[in-house]
Ligand binder design. Structure first.
Ligand code: SF4
Ligand code: SF4
Length: 105
């Protein structure tokens, strides 16, 4: 193989037909608000835990839709409620986060 001096990274594309979305569907059944998130990122931008853990409810919801394990992010949430105050969709984010713990029962 010719060495061009660089390598190509594997595509980060997620095949949504192949990932396990069962936990996301369980969350939607418990907290239908999850469906109206528009991924604006306001929750992550204001999150108290974000500076030291990278926590963002947006990331959590996207991760669940992609079949990823989001528990490490959830562990850093302090339930402070700042994300609830800024969410433009009026999502009760704390309720959503509490419902997420049941998704992993
Ligand atoms: S409730 Fe949790 S996710 Fe929301 S801003 Fe506070 S620490 Fe972040
Ligand atoms: S602020 Fe609300 S609408 Fe925006 S990404 Fe967070 S949960 Fe979704």
């Amino acid at each position: 193989m010719t060495d061009f001096g660089f390598t190509l990274s594997r595509s980060a594309t997620v095949d949504l037909d192949r990932v396990d979305r069962s936990r996301y569907e369980r969350l939607v059944a418990l907290a239908p608000d999850a469906r109206i998130c528009m991924n604006c990122g306001s929750c992550g931008a204001t999150c108290t835990a974000a500076p030291f853990s990278g926590m963002s409810l947006r990331k959590v919801l996207l991760g669940l839709q992609r079949g990823q394990d989001v528990r490490p992010l959830l562990d850093s949430c302090m339930l402070c409620g700042k994300c609830t105050m800024v969410c433009p969709r009026g999502i009760n984010t704390r309720r959503l986060i509490l419902s997420l713990s049941k998704v992993y029962d």
